[in-house]
Ligand binder design. Structure first.
Ligand SMILES: [Zn+2]
Length: 238
């Protein structure tokens, strides 16, 4: 979404996301903000009940290729979006390019105001399971992971609110982790954070990489489908 406004998070006993990593995202003014494809995706599952006011309305989208995540994961992802306005118009197998408009936030499926209930899962499997704890139960996407660890915010997104009852959901933008290689002779990317580790590839001066985390003075970076460690001495923040 172009505005990130967490209106309900997980990890808090007073939310309705006690057993999931779901985030409720309301737009700018809880109005009609669009939801854009976070990656090239296809609709792999739909809940389209006849009575969209009483039952869950959810679309699952699975990436059509491997996706790079802010935490360095590189693999397939599935997301589910609940309460979309256009749920009854959606069709299995519809494909989207990254950035395409999928739907608008809505209030189908027992929602009090316009928002989406977002869940993210590792892998290609689209589905959900009912989790039970005492007399509380909740439907949770299969293979659930934390959304902000796996999805970037758009580079031009406005992060209006990323906290809910003291829990913070830190969305990272791709531009925040872009670095440039400064080495006239080339920079070795290695399997581990040491010059003793095998070389994966050699980066050229001015190559752009995404850096996910540091280990000692080595950064774990991505460059054109290759990932590994490079010395931080030869990287500068873009
Ligand atoms: Zn929710």
């Amino acid at each position: 979404m172009k505005v990130i406004n967490v209106t309900q998070g997980y990890g808090n006993s007073s939310s309705s996301h006690k057993l999931s990593y779901a985030l409720d995202l309301g737009g700018k003014d809880a109005g009609k903000d669009g939801v854009y494809a976070p990656f090239d995706a296809v609709i792999t599952k739909l809940y389209q009940p006849k009575d969209t006011k009483k039952q869950a309305t959810t679309v699952w989208l699975t990436s059509t290729k491997k996706v790079l995540s802010p935490n360095g994961y590189y693999g397939y992802l599935t997301v589910s979006i609940t309460h979309p306005e256009e749920i009854l118009k959606m069709k299995l197998g519809t494909k989207y390019k990254q950035g395409d408009l999928i739907c608008y936030e809505g209030k189908t499926g027992r929602a009090t105001g316009n928002h989406i209930h977002l869940e993210v899962a590792k892998g290609k499997k689209a589905g959900r399971q009912r989790k039970v704890s005492g007399n509380y139960s909740e439907y949770v996407i299969l293979n659930a992971v934390k959304p902000q660890d796996y999805l970037f915010a758009l580079d031009d997104a406005i992060i209006k609110n990323n906290t809910y009852k003291k829990n913070k959901y830190n969305f990272i933008k791709e531009k925040d982790i872009k670095y440039k290689v400064n080495s006239k002779t080339g920079l070795n990317m290695r399997k581990g954070p040491s010059t003793k580790d095998d070389i994966v590839t050699t980066l050229k001066n001015n190559d752009i990489v995404l850096k996910f985390y540091n280990k000692n003075n080595w950064g774990y970076v991505y460059h054109y489908e290759k990932m590994g460690f490079v010395s931080n001495n030869y990287l500068s923040k873009l």
